[in-house]
Design a protein around this ligand. Structure first.
Ligand code: CXF
Ligand code: ZN
Length: 363
């Protein structure tokens, strides 16, 4: 069928709304009409080649929509179901089998190789050339074909337009705190960066009953929203001596830190801002940094860990977050601003300027 997708033709190429051909769903795949899709910084990491991928590629990996058709062998999904389309995984490697599908051994080829789990493409341009589907979904499209592994069936009472970002950014932030760091009641945490991931980490920390939640950013409006979402303290990285202030607030350093910006200077600050024995979770894609392994880590028993997609099992975690949202305990809707497809450039500009935390394109 003919659909509209946001495609990048080549490395550094522009985001283009293109008409492309979408194949029918194959074995264990589902056709979904997209209602809304979030935009994530990883879409741009693909465009700029920071994460190598297949070109041309149809972007988007935070989809929400309605099942229209099921392929052969599909069980558990029917036309009319409301679904969130999250990350792909193989389902049979050690990490998948032990409940850590975001660390799937095939994660990179499945997310960035453009092909589906069976090794073939679902999107072709009008000349018949293969177009990759980011995360095996390409949710910045009017329709997607996705493997059932990506899919989370969700409560049809909740506004489906909001739910796409749960597929990546929001589950990354909340999951890093709730699934990976697992703070105990009354512990302290500092979150570097108040974007979609950082704000979700702040909300996760509040759900975990952390008594001290310090949000760090350089934009005052974001710090104000972080306070609304549960931060007990805010620091402005432009004007505050962040490490000194965190020590002052916590006594000997925070129990945990989350670095969500992808800035290697902040990685170092995070390591220095936690107490001996503390943990730093890295979720922002920074590059190289220099740490003194003995002085900064070993001698002080500190841990530095990378976390992808909040170490979540999407069908469990996303539904838990939706239940909490319904009870008013996880107000992630405050992060979202809607845009029509013809407002794509504005959405991208607002995301990069910081005016919008999480843009969602409506289809
Ligand atoms: C990404 C994060 C960086 C590693 C690959 C997956 N997830 C979502 O944007
Ligand atoms: Zn993402």
């Amino acid at each position: 069928m003919r659909i509209k997708s946001i495609v990048v033709e080549e490395l550094h190429g522009p985001l283009m709304v293109k008409e492309v051909e979408l194949d029918t769903p194959k074995h264990n795949e589902v056709l979904i009409q997209v209602v809304g899709s979030g935009i994530c910084h990883t879409d741009f990491a693909v465009k700029t080649g920071r994460i190598p991928s297949h070109f041309p590629i149809a972007l988007g990996h935070e989809g929400a929509g309605i099942v229209k058709e099921i392929g052969p062998g599909v069980t558990g999904f029917s036309p009319g179901d409301h679904v969130v389309v999250s990350f792909p995984y193989c389902g049979h490697c050690k990490n998948c089998l032990t409940g850590h599908p975001s660390s799937c051994e095939s994660s990179f080829p499945l997310s960035f190789g453009g092909k589906m789990l069976d090794g073939t493409y679902r999107i072709h341009d009008v000349q018949g050339k293969e177009v990759g589907s980011l995360f095996g979904q390409a949710s910045l499209s009017s329709y997607v074909v996705s493997h059932t592994n990506n899919l989370v069936k969700v409560d049809p009472e909740v506004d489906l337009r909001l739910l796409g970002p749960l597929a990546c950014g929001i589950q990354t932030g909340a999951g890093t705190v709730l699934n990976k760091l697992k703070p105990s009641v009354g512990e302290s945490i500092v979150v570097f960066g108040c974007g979609g991931v950082g704000m979700s980490a702040v909300m996760g920390a509040q759900l975990a009953s952390c008594s001290t939640i310090i949000a760090v950013d350089v934009v005052e409006e974001r710090l104000a929203l972080a306070k609304e979402l549960g931060a007990t303290h805010t620091l402005n990285g432009k004007t505050d001596d962040v490490v000194a202030k965190i020590r002052e607030i916590t006594g000997s350093g925070a129990d945990y830190a989350v670095e969500s910006v992808g800035n290697s200077v902040l990685v170092k600050q995070a390591v220095h801002a936690i107490r001996p024995g503390g943990k730093v979770a890295l979720v922002g894609g920074s590059g190289e940094t220099t740490l003194h392994i003995h002085d900064d880590l070993i001698a002080v028993n500190k841990s530095l860990i990378g976390v992808v997609e909040g170490d979540s099992i999407p069908s469990l975690f996303i539904n838990s977050l939706i239940s909490l949202y319904k009870k008013g305990q996880f107000p992630f809707d405050k992060l979202i601003r809607f845009y029509q497809l013809d407002e794509l450039s504005q959405a991208v500009e607002d995301m990069h300027s910081g005016r919008t935390i999480k843009p969602v394109i409506l289809f």
